[in-house]
Ligand binder design. Structure first.
Ligand code: EPU
Length: 336
């Protein structure tokens, strides 16, 4: 069976870098996963949609590609519904499914690339909402023993693009299903984000539905973020840094218009895109890779570059941000 496996990862990472692995094994069910884990496909790495990973070299491991599908309603009352989703489903297709069933809760997370399994892993978020708001629980297989475990929201320890699966439980579990709690009548809609309001106003919508918000967000994302089918990318490359209020006040003496969002009484979040933009990186290219012209947080691959080129550009940006603003920015993307 080994020698028949596909090894080229180009179609499996949205940056579109061509590197090889020992073999790509598609996992369609929990039983198949347990069977593969009991065989000798070692070492291995787990991949979802490949939309949050930067490959920088060939991988001396098997790749387990999560293709577990299926959307089913497991509980329902007159207000809400629990929906269990295969972790290999495409996230945006699940969001569209929820909207077509008149369910609210995921509209702000429209058009985020990747799979459902990756959503809790990095607690995806956009436009004021993170997946943890709608998250109910997930099921995952323990890689060492093959046993199935359930994780509640509390156990997942969600944070800003963080969860227990990126930290203490890293590489220990394979997420197979995620259950979300969605609402038949919107609980609370979030559309006070400047860009969303602008689009809704432009369409003369003052009392938006979940669908209206989703459509506005799709319009915004399409205008700012490059489609990986055309230009390779993995969304935001860096996380937005959190700095002390003290440092923020000092920086504001020099940069009066420094954008910021309060995080606590003592800390603020700064948009990394603004820092990168200030330094003149927006739109630059280096060896077939570069910084997107419409969003400085997105690093792009124009087609025949190497993953290493992106890593070098990222390091150059990090160093310049550090030397100019004394702020450390760290990648959001997983670097392999
Ligand atoms: N900005 C610039 N130059 C740019 C882009 C932005 O100066 O080229 C400044 C502007 O001041 C803007 C601010 O940065 O107001 C924030 O920009 P934006 O609203 O585009 O959001 P972001 O902080 O860059 C985050 C998420 C995105 C998410 C958007 C919208 C992270 C790392 N990124 O980006 O998520 O879509 O907010 O909510 O938190 C992703 O994670 O892959 C991703 C795309």
């Amino acid at each position: 069976m080994n020698h028949a496996l596909e090894t080229n990862l180009k179609a499996y990472n949205t940056f579109g870098f061509e590197y090889h692995c020992k073999g790509i094994i598609r996992i369609f069910s929990v039983e198949m996963l347990q069977d593969v884990l009991s065989k000798n496909f070692k070492p291995f790495k787990i991949l979802g949609g490949g939309s949050n990973v930067l490959l920088t070299e060939n991988i001396d491991a098997y790749i387990l590609k999560n293709e577990i599908k299926g959307i089913s309603i497991t509980q329902e009352d007159e207000d809400q519904i629990l929906v269990r989703v295969g972790a290999g489903e495409i996230w945006h297709q699940f969001v569209m499914w929820s909207l077509s069933h008149h369910l609210s809760g995921l509209e702000n997370l429209s058009l985020i690339p990747g799979t459902v399994g990756a959503a809790p892993m990095q607690n995806i978020g956009a436009y004021g909402v993170e997946q943890e708001t709608a998250f109910h629980h997930l099921e995952a297989v323990h890689i060492e023993t093959g046993s199935i475990h359930e994780f509640s929201k509390e156990v997942c320890q969600f944070g800003y693009r963080e969860s227990i699966f990126k930290n203490t439980l890293k590489d220990q579990y394979f997420i197979t299903h995620v259950t979300y709690q969605l609402y038949k009548k919107p609980q609370s809609l979030h559309y006070s984000y400047g860009a969303i309001e602008e689009v809704l106003n432009a369409h003369n919508i003052s009392n938006p539905s979940s669908n209206d918000i989703a459509e506005a967000i799709i319009e915004i994302r399409k205008s700012k973020l490059p489609d990986p089918k055309t230009i390779g990318n993995a969304g935001s490359f860096f996380k937005n840094p959190v700095i002390s209020k003290e440092q923020f006040l000092t920086l504001r003496n020099t940069y009066a218009n420094l954008p910021h969002y309060p995080v606590s009484d003592t800390s603020v979040k700064i948009p990394a895109a603004w820092l990168i933009d200030q330094l003149g990186f927006k739109g630059i290219t280096r060896n077939e890779v570069g910084v997107h012209k419409n969003q400085a947080l997105v690093l792009v691959h124009y087609g025949s570059g190497q993953g290493q080129d992106v890593r070098m550009l990222a390091q150059e940006i990090q160093a310049k941000v550090k030397s100019t603003f004394n702020i450390e920015i760290t990648p959001e993307v997983n670097i392999w």
